[in-house]
Design a protein around this ligand. Sequence first.
Ligand SMILES: Nc1ncnc2c1ncn2[C@@H]1O[C@H](COP(=O)(O)OP(=O)(O)O)[C@@H](O)[C@H]1O
Ligand SMILES: [Mg+2]
Length: 401
Amino acid sequence: MAATRVLIVDDDLNIQRVLVFTLKQEGFEVLVASDGATGVAMATEQKPDLILMDVVMPGIDGYAAVQQIRAAEAAGQHVPIIMLAAESDVGQRVRGLRAGADDDIVKPFHPLELMARIRALVSRATSGGARAGAAPALGRVCAFYGAKGGAGTTTLALNAAIALTRELKRRTLLMDANLQFGDLRVFLDLGLDTSSLVEAMDETDLDADLLKRLTVAHKSGVDLLLAPPNPAAGDIVVERHRTDPEQLGRVLATARQQYDYTLVDMATSIDDFDLALFDAADVIFVVMTADLSCIKNVRLVLETMQHLGYARSKVQLILNRSTAATGINVKAIEQALERPIDHQVINEYRAAISALNSGEPFMLTRPDGTLGRSVAAFAKAIDAVAVAEATAELEAQSQRR
Ligand SMILES: Nc1ncnc2c1ncn2[C@@H]1O[C@H](COP(=O)(O)OP(=O)(O)O)[C@@H](O)[C@H]1O
Ligand SMILES: [Mg+2]
């Protein structure tokens, strides 16, 4: 198969150099233009498979260049274009997309992130939307575990999933592992007549396509693997896990292959099924609020995790509703727990509850509200860690070679 040809249009020599180097290393063939006019000419003559377009350039800028490239395209032709934006300005982003770009990435970006975007676009272009040949997924499994009911576990898992999908362009699966009382159907106003974890736990020859079919595509772009529709169906999953403890691992392994993130919304119990989820997870987010019973529970949970032999970094504390006036501040909690709080999400009761009552997550309707920004910051933080670890893993692999 011929190498994928990428055209870089950027006047900054340093950026050119970095991009040429990374792209070549990834096996791409690279063409370079240092200004908009040359970029348009090369795009029409050379017909690259994808274009990386800087926004600010002397002469015609990136927007105008994209418009000219689109205008010159024949019907049915569409070269994927990623804008290299100078800042994460919403207006700039919209302008780029309006001009005809397919995606954008803000400088400075991580090379791995850019590669993921490139691969996603190229595969979409060549397969007409199917996911065949897509970039290897990050494959992170993140468990969300509430120190007590009502701490905001479902709220955070759901809205973080939406932030990862929409703001960070990650393929994300949200799995409702609350076997008895799964809430996602309520949060998202979905009926009971959909497939769920029950079917997934029943298929020993589960593959990516089948898993995909068992999920429900939410309009946010997040795929949902729903909880059993009722407690009796939940018991089937428990029984299934007892007779075949490997199946849950198969489901998660299949999810890892095609999703960057699998976020698991867990019940507050600690039974065999929950323990298996803890084991399989790359990271466990323990969701708490600033009250004494939560702090007491978190201590127990942390002790349990320590007994299980988990690394300190595998278990992360999220203080939800951190700005609520409870009389217990972050410092006091950290002292009581003898460890730092890793993430905080602010308190905004009205946004949270109206989202719940309307079936529309706030990350979808008001991503720029204070609560939306707070959860988005959390999503960004976990993504940075995941990308750093994936990069370290890649480097370790290439050193072994
Ligand atoms: N950051 C927040 N600020 C204000 N209210 C919140 C916040 N997070 C969650 N809530 C509210 O707390 C309640 C419990 O949330 P939920 O996600 O169902 O908790 P859990 O899944 O831990 O039982 C809901 O009414 C939700 O709207
Ligand atoms: Mg819940």
